[in-house]
Design a protein around this ligand. Structure first.
Ligand code: GDP
Length: 292
């Protein structure tokens, strides 16, 4: 992550990039503005400010430089309150990938497959978004790029649960490590979609436990995206989050907000459209990016 120039680091760069060396009322105002600009949301922004203020007073800090260190520590500690480890101990480990259309599910599966093959994991992906031919083709392209196997529907609109079942069955038969299932994200038919995801899950569980249900969120949509994803959080048994498009987002604060609101860990971070643009989530690296 270190080599990228993050749009969201701008918010705090403006606060700490010059001006007074000692803390003034303006410093606090600037931090508050930066927290709001970065989309932490008003409640979290307030509670961060309060925590930082308390620490500054307790340690009798007067320099802006020290204040910055404290802010970074507060952010890091809060970001680290959730466990970002992907659970891959089951064999096969089954990963369901869910989320609204366009957030980056298929791309994430391609990048994740590529990433995991580097650890010698044998992978199969399943195209269970069976109504969109383009989605199936896109996943096939990613699978080829990553050099992993794929199960595609035999015809458009085939029952998504049957594709998921076949994918996991092949993982078992061929002694593969991981099965990653792409799913539909049509929000218009929310009830139907949640039923479909429930069925996919039940059918898979006849063969193997579902190790992870990863909800993909587009970081550029910030808090709005979170509202859209609420149905998945309530009904799909989500175990972790993937934040995509962080490369294009000024809303770095969303990273913390999303964990604190959902009480779910961020497990992966997407930072571009290339096959290598996915990393695990490391709180200290992220805090340092946020407050450079
Ligand atoms: P899906 O409908 O959820 O499967 O979304 P797609 O995987 O098709 O992605 C939608 C668009 O977002 C595509 O144009 C992707 O290239 C783009 N995209 C996905 N992840 C990222 C990311 O981390 N950064 C950027 N800049 N674009 C991304």
């Amino acid at each position: 992550m270190a080599e990228k120039a993050w749009s969201f680091s701008r918010a705090f760069r403006n606060v700490f990039g010059g001006g007074s060396e000692t803390i003034t009322d303006d410093t606090w105002d600037d931090i508050e503005t930066a927290l709001i600009t970065a989309d932490f949301g008003p409640e979290i922004a307030d509670s961060i400010l309060e925590e930082v203020r308390e620490s500054v007073e307790r340690h009798r800090v007067s320099e802006v430089k020290e204040l910055k260190r404290i802010l970074r520590e507060v952010l890091e500690e809060r970001l680290a309150a959730f466990d970002p480890t992907l659970k891959l101990t089951d064999r096969p480990a089954v990963i369901l990938v869910v989320g609204v259309n366009g957030v980056g599910k298929t791309t994430t599966i391609g990048k994740l497959s590529n990433y995991l093959t580097r650890f010698d994991k044998k992978i199969i992906v399943g195209a269970a978004d069976t109504f969109r031919a383009a989605a199936v083709e896109q996943l096939a392209t990613w699978a080829e790029r990553a050099g992993v196997a794929i199960v595609k529907p035999q015809q458009q609109g085939q029952d998504p649960a049957s594709v998921a079942f076949q994918t996991v069955q092949r993982a078992i038969d061929e002694d593969l490590d991981i099965a990653i299932i792409d799913t539909a994200g049509r929000l218009q038919t929310k009830g139907g979609l949640m039923d479909e995801l429930g069925k996919i899950r039940r059918v898979i569980e006849k063969l193997a436990p579902v190790s992870e249900v990863l909800l993909v969120l587009d970081a550029t949509t910030g808090q709005n995206g979170l509202a859209q994803a609420q149905a998945f959080i309530e009904h799909a048994g989500v175990t972790g989050l993937v934040l995509t498009k962080l490369d294009g987002s000024a809303k770095g604060g969303f990273v913390l907000a999303v964990q604190e609101h959902t009480k779910l860990p961020i497990k992966l971070v997407g930072q571009g459209e290339g096959i290598g643009d996915l990393t695990g989530f490391t709180p200290h690296v992220f805090a340092a990016q946020l407050v450079p």
